[in-house]
Design a protein around this ligand. Structure first.
Ligand code: S3P
Length: 192
């Protein structure tokens, strides 16, 4: 990793959050945590924050209160998290689909869509039963439908990084380089 990219990415963020969006299984938390470490800023995950404040797991929230309540809580939590920065914020897959959250992220953060193919996502989410939206008769088809619905919206994120089956250091490094590329500022040499 080029030191210069880290410095430039930090400068691009300033006090803003670097916000990861994308489907479940894209690696938003794993890559986000690593990017935060590399940029030496805190990491926060909106799903974990929702679980912390509600003292319930995401599957419990869906089961007891339903998706609409979960979305309302998600919206409040993300709005609050966006107020403090800089840090890396990884969001749940549905967060950026919410118009108010999306507008807030686009206005106040630097957004990165972690894009992945269906096979990669499926390989990862299939191992765990923790996604309430995939408790359907044909979860792979459900994931594929979500991909069709959501990719045109995720595409409006400021940056896109392709997540794939390589080590997470590679994706994290590419993410930082993408953020650094938004840096228009030139190093200035003081006049003598
Ligand atoms: C959801 C994704 C999950 C979690 C909830 C709903 C979605 O987060 O917020 O199960 O709508 O895609 P991850 O993307 O971290 O799995």
């Amino acid at each position: 990793m080029q030191e210069l990219d880290i410095t430039r990415a930090q400068r691009v963020l300033g006090h803003r959050n670097l916000v990861f969006v994308g489907l479940m299984g894209a690696g938003k938390s794993a890559i986000g945590r690593l990017v935060a470490q590399m940029l030496e800023i805190p990491f926060v995950d909106s799903d974990h924050e929702i679980e912390r404040v509600s003292r319930m797991t995401i599957p419990e929230l869906f089961e007891i209160y339903g998706e609409a309540e979960f979305r309302a809580l998600e919206s409040r939590v993300v709005r609050r998290l966006l107020k403090t920065g800089p840090r890396v914020l990884s969001t749940g897959g549905g967060a950026f689909m919410n118009e108010a959250i999306r507008a807030n992220v686009l206005a106040n953060g630097v957004s990165v869509w972690l894009k992945a193919d269906l096979d990669v996502l499926w390989m990862r989410v299939n191992k765990r039963g923790s996604r309430p939206l995939l408790k359907t008769a044909n979860p792979r088809q459900t994931l594929s439908d979500l991909l069709d619905q959501r990719y045109p919206v995720y595409e409006t994120a400021e940056l896109t990084v392709q997540s794939r089956d390589v080590d997470k250091e590679t994706i994290a490094t590419e993410t930082i380089a993408a953020v650094a590329s938004l840096d228009g500022g030139q190093e200035t040499v003081p006049n003598s």
